[in-house]
Design a protein around this ligand. Structure first.
Ligand SMILES: [Zn+2]
Ligand SMILES: [Zn+2]
Ligand SMILES: [Zn+2]
Length: 109
């Protein structure tokens, strides 16, 4: 006795929509019913704007300085440097530090 197409369809798995990835650590966020949460970074994202906020607004900042040696002036390209910043995530976050350094191109002469 062979299955009908409908019977086979009924056994197929449904698609799973995935949550957005945390902009700081890149891991998939958890949806808590209101927001997309990244526990590792201690932040959550608004489902409408994807803007990040701290889970605990009173937590002190991690403040780890950027240690990317490629951010030294001219390390990637001559004249290219980075505006390095400290990690803004809450102290004790379990994800990697995120500094969000911005590349700065030397002004053309
Ligand atoms: Zn994260
Ligand atoms: Zn940097
Ligand atoms: Zn950090």
């Amino acid at each position: 006795m062979s299955e009908t197409v409908r019977e086979r369809e009924a056994r197929l798995p449904g698609a799973e929509s995935s949550n957005p990835d945390c902009g700081a650590c890149g891991s998939e966020t958890d949806f808590d019913g209101d927001d997309f949460v990244c526990e590792g970074c201690g932040i959550y994202f608004s489902p409408t704007t994807m803007a990040a906020s701290f889970l605990d607004e009173d937590a002190p900042a991690c403040g780890a300085p950027c240690d990317n040696s490629w951010h030294r002036t001219g390390a990637i390209k001559p004249g290219m440097s980075f505006e390095c910043r400290a990690c803004p995530l809450p102290a004790g976050h379990s994800s990697l530090h995120w500094t969000g350094c911005e590349a700065v191109l030397a002004a053309p002469r």
